[in-house]
Design a binder for this molecule. Structure first.
Ligand SMILES: Nc1ncnc2c1ncn2[C@@H]1O[C@H](COP(=O)(O)OP(=O)(O)OP(=O)(O)O)[C@@H](O)[C@H]1O
Ligand SMILES: [Mg+2]
Length: 242
């Protein structure tokens, strides 16, 4: 009976998202449609301003679109109240922000503990798991530092550790290698891809970094607020987005 699930982990259909009013109105998503399946790492590529971060925010439930449907693990997000959305994010979601969004007043270790503490884990467990995850991203010994004392690449790895530490079923990464060298970027992507292989997991990565395209199962090319096409071979893309 049991075969691969046919229902996608993430399904976005006909989503419109615009910001502002009147003359200053900007349309970021125009009837955007996108799918990602469980067990899969999908990359999202496209020129600056085409709507990649906006699409990620809609999938994460932090932006509510004006039109269309957003479904994650069979749960419709549009129409969920704030409380239910927060519960959904705490349980399912890991998010690596393009701008890292680390909390400057907390130490590196405390930043990584946050997703576990809001899930109600004990302080001891959260600390132990945060330390282990910081070791995996190559930051052992920096636990007590403040984020502002770290290099850009180190801060990015803290953001990645924080997104992975609670084993999210849906991991969303916005330019996760933008501040990393080639080898570190490849190591981090290998870790992220491993997570996508765990049962029921799904990973979506926005990137301009063609050096990591090889980690993708499929690449969705975005243009002007919508997905233009989806390929499983990066050489089929028009241009590498360097
Ligand atoms: N909060 C906002 N208020 C107003 N306009 C916004 C807002 N967020 C995004 N936009 C606009 O929506 C469009 C898409 O932005 P988005 O951040 O999704 O692009 P992107 O593809 O992630 O670009 P980049 O590669 O530079 O990160 C842009 O024109 C942007 O200016
Ligand atoms: Mg962006």
């Amino acid at each position: 009976m049991s075969g691969p699930s046919v229902s996608p982990a993430v399904r976005v259909r006909g989503v419109d998202m615009s910001f502002g009013e009147g003359e200053s109105r900007v349309t970021a998503l125009k009837q955007a449609t996108f799918e990602a399946r469980a067990g899969e790492l999908v990359m999202l590529v496209g020129p600056s301003g085409c709507g990649k971060t906006t699409l990620l925010s809609v999938i994460a439930g932090t932006l509510t679109p004006q039109a269309g449907e957003v479904e994650v693990f069979g749960q419709r997000l549009d129409g969920l109240g704030q409380e239910a959305l927060t519960a959904f994010r705490r349980r399912h979601l890991g998010f690596v922000f393009q701008s890292f969004n680390l909390i400057p007043t907390l130490t590196v270790e405390e930043n990584v503990m946050v997703p576990l503490l809001v899930q109600g884990r004990s302080h001891e467990e959260a600390r132990a798991r945060a330390r282990e995850m910081l070791g995996k991203v190559g930051l052992a010994g920096r636990e007590e530092s403040r984020p502002t004392a770290l290099s850009g690449g180190q801060q990015q790895r803290v953001a990645i550790a924080r997104a992975l530490v609670h084993g999210p079923t849906l991991l969303i990464c916005d330019e996760p290698t933008s501040a990393l060298d080639k080898d570190t970027g490849a190591q981090i992507l290998a870790m992220i891809r491993d997570l996508s292989r765990a049962p029921g997991r799904c990973v979506i990565v926005v990137t301009h970094d063609h050096r990591i395209y090889r980690f993708a199962d499929r690449i969705a090319e975005m243009e002007d607020g919508r997905i233009r096409r989806v390929v499983d071979d990066p050489t089929l893309l028009d241009q590498p987005h360097a």
